[in-house]
Design a protein around this ligand. Structure first.
Ligand code: FDA
Length: 405
């Protein structure tokens, strides 16, 4: 079956200026940018509709950027790589696009911008911009083979063969396979001689096992509004949630990108209150109260109860000496929890690692090995924190390549 590109029906061999594989955040941004420059652009995706991850993002409201984006919020083997693209397409640029399309948004917290209504509006905006720039998008189209033929690329697909002067790989990472994620981009990178750094799930709930899981699994659904999770010198202070399999919530998702099995995970259950001092003051005010009830005013009651069952031994407050209360405080500021693993790609928001940035130009995303080949978005070894940073990388890297192709 022939592919239709640029609104025209072609024969068996389609020829375009730019072929983009992956109609996600980065691919659509690259397509509309290149299309606006007059390039004839075709975007292929094997999924049945474009922008599926955008649709499910931010709980259906898409946290599309963050006002505080800097390169420091990204993980990569080369901490400098993202600087150029992030500087040339900023949150303000994306906000201007959102405002041009009259999409209402609000800042939730920490600079995170969300749609007022629905993520669908962001996908609609990108598709409208693509349509205005004469970009053709083909969904449900699997790529079978990619070859470099002289100066152009020959791509065999289920719908026919395509020749393109520039080939942009925007096929994302491995997270949420049920949404169409594949290792396609990594395999293609290797095929063309690129190094691919080991991948692992990021922004992902941590799992507990053995006695740790037994101790806490029935607390699933219990949440702390503020906890501080740390690995090494890296700390994140935000919510924590107990799940059936372990722990999650923003503080845990954030630290999961820095944690690896065997690392010492430290969790402070009440980072904003010195618990030792607080308990001493509570003893003066409520000497007959049980420790578990007092702690239930600081922590979720079911958690306070469980901690007392497990290792704090609740007694009336007047029976504790200052040093004992301060020791209890120290233990709660350093909760002895051991994570055994992560929930993996099934629930991860992102994939860490990927196409080694050493092989790419930081200003254009073009391969240093294969002229005309580009890698953008999550497939590249650049991973942002939780909070709109990953979409900003998708927009910025997509724009950089869209300007260059
Ligand atoms: P993306 O995954 O968006 O697109 C890749 C595309 O390539 C897909 O359409 C896929 O079908 C296609 N593809 C894959 N293999 C292919 C193949 N072999 N052939 C053809 N097509 C192929 N970030 C953020 O900043 N704010 C947020 O609110 C959220 N929320 C969020 C929620 C959830 C549940 C997840 C899983 C992720 C987020 N993220 C996020 C992360 C964000 O979604 C992610 O970083 C970007 O979508 C990455 O954009 P890309 O375009 O690189 O990949």
């Amino acid at each position: 079956m022939p592919v239709h590109a640029g609104g025209r029906a072609y024969g068996d061999d389609v020829k375009v200026d730019v072929l983009i594989i992956g109609a996600g955040a980065a691919g659509l941004m690259c397509a509309l940018t290149a299309g606006q420059r007059g390039r004839q652009v075709l975007v292929l995706d094997h999924a049945n509709k474009p922008g599926k991850k955008i649709l499910m993002s931010g709980g259906g409201r898409c946290n599309f950027t963050n006002l505080g984006v800097t390169p420091a919020q990204y993980l990569s083997a080369n901490a400098h790589f993202a600087k150029s693209a992030l500087a040339r397409y900023t949150p303000a640029d994306f906000i201007a696009l959102v405002e041009k399309h009259r999409i209402a948004y609000h800042e939730k917290e920490l600079g995170q911008l969300f749609c007022e209504e629905s993520s669908k509006l962001i996908v609609r905006m990108l598709l409208d911009e693509c349509a205005a720039a004469n970009v053709r998008i083909e969904t449900s189209c699997a790529v079978q083979r990619v070859r470099k033929a002289n100066e152009s690329f020959a791509v065999s697909t289920a719908k026919g063969d395509i020749h393109a002067d520039a080939l942009v790989i925007a096929s994302g990472g491995l997270s949420i396979p049920s949404m169409g994620a594949t290792g396609f981009g990594y395999e293609l990178a290797r095929q063309f001689g690129h190094n691919v750094l080991a991948t692992r799930a990021g922004l992902v709930p941590l799992t507990l096992s053995g006695k740790h899981q037994e101790h806490y699994q029935d607390l699933a659904g219990v949440a702390l509004p503020v906890a501080q999770a740390s690995v090494g010198k890296r700390s994140f202070r935000a919510g924590l949630l107990f799940t059936h399999r372990g722990i999650s919530g923003p503080s845990i998702l954030q630290i999961s990108s820095y944690w690896q099995p065997g690392d010492d995970l430290r969790v402070d259950l009440s980072p904003e209150v010195d618990i030792g001092d607080w308990l001493v003051a509570q003893r003066a005010a409520r000497p007959a109260a049980q420790l578990r009830n007092v702690l239930g005013d600081l922590l979720p009651k079911r958690l306070a109860q469980r901690l007392c069952e497990l290792w704090l031994q609740s007694r009336p407050m007047h029976q504790y000496r200052d040093a004992q209360l301060r020791e209890i405080g120290a233990q709660l500021h350093h909760w002895p929890i051991v994570a055994s693993g992560t929930e993996g790609y099934r629930t991860a928001e992102v994939t860490l690692g990927g196409v080694d940035t050493d092989g790419l130009s930081s200003s254009t995303m073009q391969s240093k090995r294969v002229p005309g080949l580009y890698f953008i978005g999550e497939v590249v070894d650049v991973t942002g924190w939780l909070g709109g940073y990953n979409f900003q990388w998708a927009w910025a890297s997509g724009y950089a390549a869209g300007q260059a192709v």
